[in-house]
Design a binder for this molecule. Structure first.
Ligand SMILES: Nc1ncnc2c1ncn2[C@@H]1O[C@H](COP(=O)(O)OP(=O)(O)OP(=O)(O)O)[C@@H](O)[C@H]1O
Ligand SMILES: [Mg+2]
Length: 454
């Protein structure tokens, strides 16, 4: 048995004085689907999961399980199993005792041996059943905890960062196992993580949350290829997408360009449909998003159709073994996306800061409050020149750690590059993202659907 879960405009407030930690969330999870809730720390992921489990009251909105109103259904009647980050096993019970515990509660007196053995086989922990938790490694303990959730044959799995306490190797191993298990069992699964690569590799679909507000939900491929806003674009993908402040120039009698600092991206004629739609941004500041695969090191003469030249100064080389990440300075200014790594988005600005805020900042703050805050900041002072950072005004969000360069490009390790070298680059405009001042994607056009053949 597996179930459909629907959230309709679900909000959560912990007290009347604090803002909503989950804000009008609507989400449909199909029976048997594996949906990942992804977002930075404090964005409300665990709260959503706990509301679905019935461990936390829903302040506003509706939860439907298989189409039935379930806001007030007691947790035990929901037939869900939860696996937590800090999985707690009963220390004085063996693996067998721990896995069998929920079964004994459900039907005391029955013989649960066969069910426990089958579960242990599935998880490859047959040899560990007679050990106490203190005699198991972290990964083994986590498997026993999974076993405890699986043995009940629940209709829904709720997993809250179940792997984050484990080392990288074990994490990727268990990740693959979770994917296999849940597919085998065909049970609806909601999986919470702040690790985008985990989300991308596990989910049938990924729902990206920020400040309690759903930003986008889609297949991993769709959210990567067509992020709805700059936050999603920056949160998903490694190395992180390059985000540069640009200015759109669309003269009636000349070529359309996007200025990046002292350089220009000249959009090739005839303009594509997506580029034509950029005309409305004429004279406006925008955020240009270039994933590392959108830029390559090559001379202008080698340009393929749709590629335009740019140059960059090598600032830093990151050797990765199979590839090198080259940090270039192109003389443009990076755009700032707040909260990407912020520990808690809901700190209230103090009074003094509010008084000092400009009218524009206050307006923006108010507009942003409706949708979980502005997704991008364009009113920070621009960098005066390469290597020099403008001081942020008091009250402005803390700058992200300043990385060398403004554009990261991947290349093979055999290309010989040196710090300080001026290098020709080609930008593939088919992979160009443009976001408006509020951080919403305007190119490719917002209503473009992902092409699954790509
Ligand atoms: N019981 C509570 N009372 C008041 N505020 C709470 C309570 N539980 C959580 N919060 C607040 O609600 C917000 C969302 O918390 P939640 O635990 O859902 O975030 P999260 O996305 O799971 O974060 P993390 O990745 O760090 O686990 C946070 O700002 C948190 O401080
Ligand atoms: Mg959490």
């Amino acid at each position: 048995m597996t179930r459909a879960i629907s959230l309709h405009d679900v909000s959560k407030t912990y007290s009347s004085k604090t803002p909503r930690v989950v804000d009008r969330l609507s989400l449909d999870v199909a029976p048997g689907e594996f949906l990942v809730l992804l977002g930075p720390s404090g964005c409300g992921k665990s709260t959503v999961l706990r509301m679905i489990a019935g461990l936390e009251e829903i302040t506003e909105g509706m939860l439907l399980l298989d189409g039935e109103y379930a806001n007030e259904l007691p947790p035990a009647a929901r037939d869900m199993a939860m696996v937590f980050q800090n999985f707690a096993l009963y220390p004085n019970m063996t693996g067998r005792g721990n896995i069998g515990f929920p079964l004994r509660i459900e039907s005391p007196g029955a013989d649960h041996g066969p069910r426990i053995d089958a579960t242990a086989r599935m998880l490859g922990i047959e040899d560990l059943l007679d050990r106490l938790p203190g005699q198991l490694s972290g990964g083994e303990r986590q498997r026993v905890a999974m076993g405890r959730a699986i043995a009940r044959h629940p209709s829904v799995f709720l997993m809250d960062e179940p792997l984050s306490n484990l080392d990288a190797k074990l994490r990727s191993h268990l990740r693959a196992e979770i994917a296999r298990l849940t597919r085998e069992l065909g049970v609806t699964t909601l999986y919470v993580t702040h690790d985008q690569s985990e989300a991308m590799s596990l989910g049938d679909r990924v729902a990206v949350l920020r400040g309690g507000v759903l930003q986008q939900v889609g297949t991993p491929r769709a959210v990567y290829a067509l992020p709805r806003n700059v936050f999603v674009a920056a949160f998903i993908g490694t190395p992180r997408i390059n985000l540069l402040r640009g200015l759109v120039r669309a003269p009636l009698d000349g070529a359309m360009t996007i200025r990046l600092g002292k350089q220009f991206l000249r959009l090739p004629e005839p303009l594509s449909l997506d580029h034509q739609l950029l005309r409305v941004q004429q004279g406006r500041e925008v955020i240009v998003g270039l994933r590392s695969e959108a830029v390559r090191i090559a001379k202008p003469a080698a340009a393929r159709p749709g590629e335009v030249p740019l140059t960059g100064l090598v600032e830093h080389l990151e050797f990765q073994g199979h590839e090198v990440l080259v940090h270039f300075d192109t003389g443009s200014s990076p755009a700032v996306v707040p909260e990407l790594e912020a520990p808690r988005p809901h700190t209230r600005p103090d009074r003094r800061r509010r008084r000092d805020a400009t009218v524009l900042e206050r307006l923006r703050e108010r507009a942003g409050a409706l949708r979980g805050g502005p997704v991008a900041l364009l009113d920070r002072p621009r960098r005066a020149g390469a290597g020099e950072t403008g001081a942020a005004p008091e009250g402005a969000p803390a700058a992200e750690p300043r990385l060398p360069g403004d554009l990261v490009v991947r290349t093979t390790p055999d290309i010989r590059l040196r710090h300080g070298m001026q290098v020709p680059l080609l930008v593939d405009l088919a992979h160009l993202f443009v976001f408006d001042q509020h951080g919403e994607r305007v190119c490719p056009a917002p209503d473009r659907l992902p092409d699954l053949r790509e």
